[in-house]
Write a protein that binds this ligand. Structure first.
Ligand code: ATP
Ligand code: AH0
Length: 375
């Protein structure tokens, strides 16, 4: 058995809610979560990131400042994590930092994906080898650069006796098919919480619909739901990935404006939850899966696992699947993505690939990321 080493994973995702960090031990095969912490973005930083991710014009000055502000916030959270875990930085082999996606256009004539958060600063301020910029090698090889977590899902959740689908419901939802009889599949499904969050913020000034308090007061509007589900991107075949560039508030407003009758705000909230649940369920039903001794499981992770309306609707829409969270099978649903980037850092330091070409569409497996040495 290879020795386990400590790694830190940092994730700040498309919800723009804040930063998740984990301390974990791994040898590539075994993964043990040691500590985790979360830092909510301060409102001004969140607003600047939202403006950037919504495509508002941004000066190079502002861009550079955001990069540094994020690098500082990541370094501060690493200090807090190590303090809580009572672990010196010298014991940590590396940090895997996703960074903050501010623009992702994998299908454009000049495809790119930008994650901000100064890796040099993170390495220098923590004194730990830091790996970031995980997506651009895959893009350079013709891939989407996303999703990257399916390889990690395979590592920690594949089961020889049953089919499992892991669904991460963050800002965007993505799924991974783990079927003992076939290669891993994975792709982005569409909005997870992103539109629900945006609507909730606009209507009630809350960053998200906590415990579906607003959505549960509304009724699904079938005409609006049909209009949302008709988005052509949803029916596109993988490899595919998406983000705020498509599923923006502007996109939602277009659909609302096209309705014959105005839709009440609570009903919009309920319809957006139903939209996310149906878009996921539809893709799960389209998967070709093998017969296994144990029945298939749908394992949810990401913040959407805390939304009771989403979880109820997924169970109802997928009656032949056992719907639960990844925490129920031993992988903390709130830590999954940060764990994945800690594991990806380990892959990179070992000279092992991090991407799955069958998922991202890249021409080959590749060692991902840019390595920043602290010295
Ligand atoms: N109690 C709750 N009730 C409803 N929704 C919740 C609850 N807790 C978290 N969420 C949702 O989860 C979101 C955060 O999810 P998560 O941290 O997985 O996103 P992310 O990492 O930014 O996304 P991505 O996977 O797209 O990168 C919040 O914005 C909110 O919409
Ligand atoms: C470009 C980008 O940041 N994409 C995120 C986003 O959030 C969920 C989904 O869209 C996924 O494709 C990806 O994140 C995870 C960590 C991934 O790469 O697997």
């Amino acid at each position: 058995m290879k020795e386990l080493k400590l790694y830190i994973g940092i994730m700040s995702g498309t919800s723009l809610d804040g930063i998740d960090a984990v301390l974990m031990a791994t040898n590539g095969t075994q993964v043990e979560l040691k500590e985790r912490c979360h830092h909510a973005f301060a409102t001004p930083l969140r607003h600047r990131l939202l403006a950037c991710a919504n495509g508002e014009p941004l000066s190079a000055k502002c861009w550079g400042e955001l990069d540094v502000a994020l690098g500082q916030a990541y370094a501060e959270l690493v200090r807090q994590l190590l303090h809580t875990a009572n672990t010196p930085a010298s014991e940590v082999a590396a940090i895997g930092c996703h960074g903050q996606t501010v623009w992702h256009q994998p299908d454009a004539p000049l495809p790119f994906s930008v994650q901000l958060g100064d890796g040099h600063r993170l390495a220098a301020h923590t004194n730990i080898v830091t790996i970031n910029d995980f997506r651009r090698k895959d893009l350079a090889l013709g891939g989407q650069g996303a999703p990257l977590v399916p390889a990690f899902h395979q590592q920690v959740l594949a089961d020889a006796q049953r089919v499992r689908v892991v669904v991460n419901i963050g800002g965007i939802a993505n799924l991974t098919l783990l079927d003992p009889q076939q290669a891993v599949l994975g792709f982005d499904v569409g909005p997870g919480n992103m539109l629900m969050d945006a609507w909730c913020q606009q209507q009630w000034g809350s960053p998200f619909d906590e415990d579906a308090a607003f959505g549960l007061q509304g009724q699904v509007n079938q005409a609006l739901l049909a209009s949302l589900l008709a988005e052509p991107w949803l029916a596109q075949a993988p490899p595919k990935s998406t983000g705020r560039e498509l599923f923006s508030m502007g996109w939602l407003v277009q659909h609302l404006s096209a309705q014959a009758q105005p839709v009440n705000a609570f009903d919009v909230q309920a319809t957006l939850a139903e939209f996310s649940a149906q878009a996921i369920a539809e893709q799960v039903q389209l998967l070709t899966i093998s017969q296994q001794p144990l029945s298939p499981q749908l394992l949810v992770c990401g913040g959407g696992a805390h939304n009771p309306l989403l979880m109820q609707r997924l169970s109802a829409l997928l009656p032949h699947w056992h719907v639960n969270t990844t925490s129920s099978v031993g992988v903390d649903a709130d830590a999954m993505e940060a764990l994945a980037f800690a594991w990806l850092a380990h892959q990179t330091l070992q000279g092992l690939p991090g991407n799955l070409p069958a998922v991202t569409g890249a021409s080959r497996p590749a060692i991902l990321g840019a390595i920043h040495l602290p010295g």
